[in-house]
Ligand binder design. Structure first.
Ligand SMILES: [Zn+2]
Ligand SMILES: [Zn+2]
Length: 383
């Protein structure tokens, strides 16, 4: 049950999936040499031997991620790969909600897959269970609680709010299940979630959580009998599914996008703000780095305002469309910087100007985002 590709969390990081997609659109992933993929992505693609083309050990990652399907012995890039390869078209939230809405137990990238009239959607289940727990006042959920509830409830993921709220009030804890846990950690890149190695936390206003719950549905349609064609079919549903899945986080952030320095406050920027307002991520960050100093202007906010512990925002230094990266220990905090609210706004103004001048909708990858952040820091005039 709930098969996933074990030990591959880092390959499912949104920033990495964009790079793999770029490669897959320009080249045949199936015949890719290890060195070429290492260079294109920065991921290791072990074992480090040219005798093992990455396709052999990683084709399931590429297919589970809905980036390619193997048709006539070639890795054909899907519609999703084309969209991810394009600049700033799709957010991490769009992508991982869609993955949750389509991922079946088992998925067509697994040998055990057969067309089924009653597929179960374990990641959709996980998301809805998390949202139900959040609105019932316990937004911190361990992985065995989610997996236990999935096993024992026999839910397929499509059940309604009342059913999930009933479920969320009982204890279903089972033993750890590594593949299920890792797949939930992967969707932990969604802006309102954050993960550790043992649990995952929802940071949302209740009304927004209920809105998202209502917007979540299994994406079905008439299945293909061939698993590779089924991967292509699902990937083709992406654009219409994300158009239907319009979440504006109206209670959590909407007015703050403009305030944060974004001129338009579009979908990509809203996702970025939701992530930066994520209370669990903020707490985890300051627990680990109890700084009171703005990374940008070096002002010590505790010294200036001794009655406050700190007056700092967290800024996410990845492309605006990206979620927080995660690894086995959970959400990676190294992509975040503490900045005072004034500098934070100024950084986003700098981004807007930089992207406009470059004719881009978003940064190409984490390295570019980091270098523009550093450029902004250099350009700042010391007061
Ligand atoms: Zn500052
Ligand atoms: Zn920011």
């Amino acid at each position: 049950m709930w098969r996933f590709d074990q030990g591959r969390i880092e390959y499912f990081q949104f920033d990495e999936l964009r790079k793999i997609a770029k490669y897959a659109v320009a080249n045949d992933l199936r015949s890719a040499k290890r060195q070429a993929l290492v260079q294109a992505t920065g991921l290791p693609f072990y074992p480090a031997s040219d005798a093992y083309p990455p396709w052999r050990n990683y084709s399931r990652v590429f297919r589970t991620a809905l980036l390619v399907a193997k048709i006539n012995e070639v890795a054909v890039p899907t519609k999703i790969a084309h969209l991810l390869a394009a600049d700033g078209q799709v957010t991490s939230d769009d992508y991982f909600h869609f993955l949750a809405q389509t991922f079946t137990d088992p998925a067509p990238s697994f040998q055990e897959w057969r067309p089924s009239s009653e597929p179960r959607f374990p990641l959709l289940f996980a998301l809805k269970f998390l949202l139900a727990r959040s609105v019932t006042g316990s937004p911190v959920v361990t992985f065995p609680e989610i997996v236990g509830a999935y096993i024992k409830s026999k839910f397929d993921g499509e059940e309604d709010q009342a059913a999930f709220i009933g479920l969320a009030k009982k204890d279903w804890t089972s033993s750890d299940h590594r593949q299920a846990r890792e797949s939930i950690q992967i969707i932990g890149q969604i802006s309102y979630l954050s993960a550790t190695s043992t649990e995952i936390t929802v940071s949302l206003d209740d009304d927004d959580a209920l809105d998202i719950f209502e917007a979540l549905h299994a994406v079905r349609g008439k299945q293909e009998t061939d698993s590779e064609k089924e991967i292509l079919r699902i990937a083709n549903l992406f654009e219409s599914a994300i158009a239907d899945f319009e979440i504006d986080f109206s209670k959590t952030v909407l007015d703050e996008t403009v305030e944060a320095g974004f001129s338009e406050g579009n979908r990509v920027e809203r996702t970025h703000i939701v992530l930066e307002r994520n209370a669990a991520i903020r707490k985890a960050f300051f627990d680990k780095n109890p700084t009171t100093i703005c990374d940008f202007c070096k002002r010590d906010t505790k010294a200036d305002y001794p009655w406050s512990e700190r007056v700092l925002d967290i800024h996410h230094v990845l492309p605006l469309c990206s979620g927080t990266r995660s690894d086995r220990s959970g959400t990676i905090l190294g992509d975040l910087e503490a900045v005072c609210p004034t500098c934070h706004r100024a950084v986003h103004h700098f981004y807007t100007k930089w992207l406009k001048a470059a004719g881009q909708k978003d940064f190409a990858d984490a390295d570019e985002a980091r270098s523009v952040y550093d450029e902004a820091k250099q350009a700042r005039k010391n007061g």
